[in-house]
Design a protein around this ligand. Structure first.
Ligand SMILES: [Mn+2]
Length: 212
């Protein structure tokens, strides 16, 4: 599906005229008014496996992957003839679809990876890979390389390249923030060591409050 802010249930029904539909990791309008399941909300043949609904439970540290794991552990993977629909390909989208479809074993480490990507930002090899290839918007590629990573095999060159460029960006961001924090310290020492006129000409955000 295209990536849009608001997705109506009619749109996914049109997309998949028959069979059960699992819309993963994007919010279907008013889903919270449907029948509540441990893994999301259901209306007829549509189930929204998603953590974006405006209800208290979804405001916890919870990702769609955690919901998908609940569904697979209680009811198994989705039946043949069902559809899994995504509208983006970040870590949580890819993992929730891979879990629901049975492409990967339902393990807790996948839930941890989704929460690292969505909430905590903690270093996590699975989250790192899937966020790195997100921009390619290629679910099959993401899923193939997820499996390679889980099996400890070399990634495809395009995934390796995406991961390499993510790491390079992270390194330069870290360098920049180290630079920024050391120059912050310098700024704070300025008012004592420089004439007032010079201190006043510093950009506003760097000025110390008046010392009166
Ligand atoms: Mn997502």
């Amino acid at each position: 599906m295209p990536l849009t802010n608001r997705v109506e249930t009619e749109e996914v029904l049109d997309l998949c005229p028959s069979g059960e539909i699992f819309a993963c990791d994007f919010y279907l309008t008013d889903a919270e008014t449907w029948a509540e399941k441990a893994w999301g909300f259901q209306l007829g043949r549509v189930t929204n496996v998603d953590h974006h609904a405006p209800v208290a439970r979804m405001r916890q540290h919870l990702s769609s992957t955690n919901l998908a794991l609940l569904r697979v552990r209680q009811e198994g993977v989705v039946a043949a003839g069902s559809h899994i629909v995504l509208n983006h390909t970040d870590c949580d989208s890819v993992l929730s679809a891979a879990v629901l479809s049975g492409a990967v074993e339902p393990s807790d480490e996948l839930g941890v990876a989704a929460i690292a990507a969505d909430h905590t930002g903690e270093p996590n090899a699975i989250a790192d890979l899937l966020q790195a290839v997100d921009a390619l918007r290629d679910y099959d590629l993401s899923q193939r390389n997820l499996r390679l990573l889980l099996e400890d095999k070399p990634l495809e060159p395009v995934a390796q390249e995406a991961l390499g460029s993510r790491h390079r960006k992270q390194r330069s961001r870290r360098k920049l923030s180290r630079k920024a924090s050391s120059s912050d310290k310098m700024m704070y020492s300025l008012p004592n060591s420089m004439p007032l006129s010079t201190a006043n000409s510093l950009p506003r955000c760097c000025q110390m409050p008046p010392s009166s």
